[in-house]
Design a protein. Structure first.
Length: 425
């Protein structure tokens, strides 16, 4: 089974905790604090792996959590940073976060995208020593890692795609042009998943994709339209396969218009891709009819038109040459090692702002990412840590903002779900 879609949950590793420690050595009367910092948690990194074909590996597990950073130790020993957790995907995978709008497009082997960053480690008590606080008995906790749900969608990396109605002869054509072995049968929807084949030339190769048959309404989601159409978005050429003599008696012109309309409705970019029209099953009509139809379609569309037969091989060599001519060679740049994926979204300073609001008489709430992180880093049951938190709230301007909102000493203040009775005087 070909899998081109998956949902995964990723979580960066939590940061290690800082430690409270003091030097205790013989003949050293004033040792002082020497607590080390916690290590940073591991990141979750999506890596493009050329050896993978689809997203079927995610059926075995959809939750990925990186390791936590090590805790600090005494004697100024810092905790180790955890290694990144790599999640490998097939080339052509688009990774999106529906909630935040982040998007990564991985098309080349070795591309990497950090999708969940590990939490930072907490500082040891040595960082809080000063002239007025010479023996701090508190340290910071490590912050949790970033976590989110991600949607993975695979769009095949093919040079040319075969499109057409069900049972138009695409699979038979692919089997004759390449070494691919798609399922071929005389009923519609034989092909339920895209199939790739390699088209061999004298000096280069092209990847040819057999896209399952489109039906009217595919662009609006009818059948599996969206899933199928997504795989032709990366193609550089479309080969429209049109049955010269449909068994159901339908009009080839109407069939051609149906497929082209669905491509146009799905994406304006698809409508602008170069086209080749392949009139399939030419062996089922007289030769003069096939030649006449090819000439008429060529005059009507102004694109290369070929009458072909997968059964007899008629027109296949000319079609192969035309595909190579229509798909120019790509300029290959020398490899530069691991390359970051594109379409990252940067939000400098996100989460630094805070908001103060009165929620009741004598009760206030402070909200903001920076303030929440301050509370998360410290043990509020530790009196020294709590005094330090109050100092930081004053430095950050939170106390001043509370007073501007009507705060009085002794009022309740809710921060990060914890209610404090602040007395900043």
């Amino acid at each position: 089974m070909f899998h081109d879609r998956a949902m995964i949950h990723v979580r960066g590793g939590g940061g290690g905790n800082g430690v409270v420690s003091f030097r205790r050595e013989a003949h050293v009367p004033k040792g002082g604090p020497d607590g080390g910092d916690g290590g940073r948690g591991g990141d979750v990194v999506v890596v493009c792996d050329p050896s993978l074909r689809d997203l079927s590996s995610f059926r075995r597990g959809s939750h990925f959590a990186a390791a936590r950073g090590s805790h600090g130790q005494g004697a100024n020993k810092h905790g180790a940073t955890a290694e990144a957790l790599e999640v490998r995907v097939a080339p052509g995978t688009v990774v999106t976060d529906p909630e935040r709008g982040d998007r990564w497009d991985l098309t080349d082997g070795g591309q990497r995208a950090v999708v969940a960053r590990g939490g930072t480690g907490g500082r040891g008590n040595k960082h809080f020593a000063g002239a007025t606080r010479q023996t701090p008995r508190f340290a910071e906790k490590g912050l949790p890692g970033e976590e989110r749900w991600l949607e993975l969608r695979l769009r095949l990396l093919a040079d040319a795609g075969l499109v057409g109605l069900p049972n138009a002869g695409k699979s038979s054509l692919l089997a004759r042009l390449t070494r691919a072995q798609p399922k071929v049968a005389d009923y519609p929807f034989t092909t339920l998943e895209p199939v790739l084949g390699t088209l061999e030339g004298d000096e280069r190769q092209l990847v040819l994709a057999d896209i399952p048959g489109l039906i009217e309404g595919a662009s609006a989601g009818a059948g599996l339209g969206h899933e199928f159409l997504a795989h032709v978005e990366r193609c550089r050429l479309l080969v429209h396969v049109l049955d010269l003599a449909p068994l159901d008696g339908s009009d080839p012109a109407a069939n051609h218009a149906t497929v082209e309309a669905e491509l146009r409705e799905h994406s304006s970019d698809l409508a602008q891709l170069p086209r080749i029209l392949c009139l399939s099953k030419a062996d089922l009509v007289p030769d003069e009819v096939a030649r006449r139809e090819a000439s008429a379609w060529r005059e009507r569309l102004g694109v290369p038109v070929f009458a072909t037969s997968a059964a007899t091989g008629e027109g296949l060599e000319a079609l192969r040459d035309a595909i190579f001519e229509a798909v120019p060679p790509e300029e290959v740049e020398p490899p530069k090692g691991d390359q970051p994926a594109t379409h990252r979204v940067y939000r400098p300073g996100e989460g630094d702002a805070y908001r103060v609001e009165r929620i009741a008489a004598g009760a206030f709430r402070v909200e903001g990412g920076r303030i929440d992180r301050l509370i998360a880093r410290h043990d509020v049951d530790n009196d020294e840590a709590l005094r330090y938190v109050e100092e930081r709230l004053r430095v950050l301007g939170v106390i001043k903002a509370l007073e501007a909102a009507g705060f009085e000493p002794g009022d309740d203040v809710e921060i990060a779900g914890i209610v404090f009775e602040l007395d900043p005087s």
